[in-house]
Design a protein around this ligand. Structure first.
Ligand code: AMP
Ligand code: MG
Length: 431
């Protein structure tokens, strides 16, 4: 990236009263990240099917009315509202039929009606439809409408009621879902401008890490963070650049940071930013740009490095996540996700929180936000409630896999008793 930025990270944090990098609340860290990030601006045109999950780059204005005509919401008979205004039983003469895709050519006078199918345009002069199942004694000539079953205007869809010509059908920044793609198709739009995909580079740091396919030497662990990051970034719609495992070695780390920065819009690393970790990871990060090293009042995921690095005229945002696999996923979910959406030009999409009862008591320290892995399921009475997965240590990767939600325990809260309400964020939703 080569854009020019105005506010420095230093400018932004210096506006925070009592700024202390060692005591950042989750909300404050999120706000700094959001403020520091400038969205990319690079647009490409795509066929609507290929635009799924992409970020819309411009407002889409409807060039037609949808529906294009007043039309019937039911199979039945179209009639003039004044014929049923009195609420009495009436017998109407049938003067024709109209199907979806046709236009009724004749005229409909008082006391007359037209057989009509769902979606068919309303005949001239008709403004009301009585559903077929409410009528009696239909024959070739006429049909009887019982008293009081239909009022003028019933069962008619109005022209433009879905989308009026000239209105904003979809706003820029929308991350396109299947229903949005369908909406675009309903407007007859074949191609849309979208933001180019973000390029996100990531690597793991640590001499103890081995990649899948390598033998596991004594004292070593398999690198899992790169695999979960790969999955999370892919789901977010990013183009991913997996740079492998980088050893705890200053020259190797500097080379990795530089090439990631030259290739990508954002760089994500895991490991090496916690207290006690080899100090030079942080030193190298800081030497390449403007960085902050925070201790966040949260668990898991206390250390977080954030900023922007430069190399050979290129810039990239950098997120240095802790090494623990659960901390990586939680930090990604509550900091990196929103940051990348903002960088991609997406509209803000706060993660929905549900409030449900917890079946288990949960230990909690006031003064930090805690994220626990939960299983949301119905109890024996069909009431949805959440319980903890087993062990909650931040290295227990299985707990993340067993969970279907994250329980978010707010900063001020202390111990939670069974039966109290807690906020949960779901992992998955509708397609
Ligand atoms: P660190 O933040 O580098 O001190 O790492 C904290 C813990 O997370 C250590 O137990 C590391 O072995 C573990 N860890 C670091 N990176 C990874 C990774 N990529 N995959 C799995 N475990 C990791
Ligand atoms: Mg490490």
């Amino acid at each position: 990236m080569t854009e020019t930025h105005t506010a420095t990270l230093h400018d932004i944090v210096s506006c925070i009263s009592g700024y202390d990098p060692n005591a950042m609340t989750v909300a404050r860290a999120q706000a700094v990240i959001q403020e520091f990030i400038t969205p990319i601006e690079a647009v490409e045109k795509l066929a609507i099917r290929s635009a799924l999950s992409r970020v819309l780059a411009r407002d889409i204005i409807s060039r037609i009315d949808v529906p294009a005509h007043d039309n019937s919401a039911m199979d039945g008979y179209a009639l003039r509202g004044e014929d049923v205004a009195a609420g009495q039983q009436v017998r109407l003469q049938i003067v024709g039929a109209v199907h979806a895709g046709e236009q009724f050519a004749g005229s409909v006078g008082p006391g007359q009606c037209v057989r009509i199918m769902t979606g068919a345009p309303m005949p001239e002069g008709c403004d009301t439809v009585i559903p077929q199942e409410l009528t009696t004694d239909a024959d070739a000539q006429g049909v009887t409408l019982p008293a009081g079953r239909v009022r003028p205007g019933d069962n008619r869809r109005l022209r433009g009621e879905d989308l009026a010509l000239g209105s904003v059908a979809l706003p820029r920044g929308r991350v396109l879902r299947p229903s949005d793609i369908g909406l675009l198709a309903s407007l007859g739009i074949a191609e849309v401008p979208v933001q180019r995909r973000l390029r996100v580079a990531f690597f793991s740091t640590g001499d103890e890490l081995r990649s899948v396919g390598e033998p596991l030497d004594a004292g070593c662990v398999y690198d899992s963070n790169r695999y979960t990051l790969h999955g999370m970034l892919t789901r977010l719609g990013c183009e991913v650049l997996d740079m492998g495992v980088v050893p705890d070695d200053p020259a190797a780390l500097e080379a990795a940071f530089r090439s990631a920065c030259e290739e990508a819009d954002a760089v994500i690393t895991s490991g090496g930013v916690s207290v006690g970790a080899a100090d030079y990871t942080k030193q190298i990060m800081a030497s390449l740009g403007e960085m902050t090293f925070w201790k966040i009042a949260m668990r898991p995921g206390r250390p977080l490095a954030f900023g922007r690095i430069r190399s050979r005229g290129r810039e990239a945002y950098l997120f240095g996540l802790p090494g623990n696999p659960v901390a990586v996923q939680v930090s990604f979910s509550f900091f990196v996700r929103d940051a990348l959406l903002r960088l991609a030009g997406a509209e803000a999409r706060p993660l929905p929180r549900l409030r449900v009862k917890t079946a288990t008591a949960i230990r909690k320290k006031a003064g930090r936000t805690e994220y626990q892995r939960g299983i949301l399921a119905p109890d024996e009475n069909g009431q949805w409630q959440v319980r903890l997965t087993g062990m909650q240590g931040s290295g227990i990767l299985r707990s993340m896999s067993d969970a279907n939600c994250i329980i978010e325990l707010e900063h001020e809260r202390s111990d939670v008793a069974a039966g109290e309400e807690v906020a949960v964020v779901l992992f998955d939703g509708l397609v």
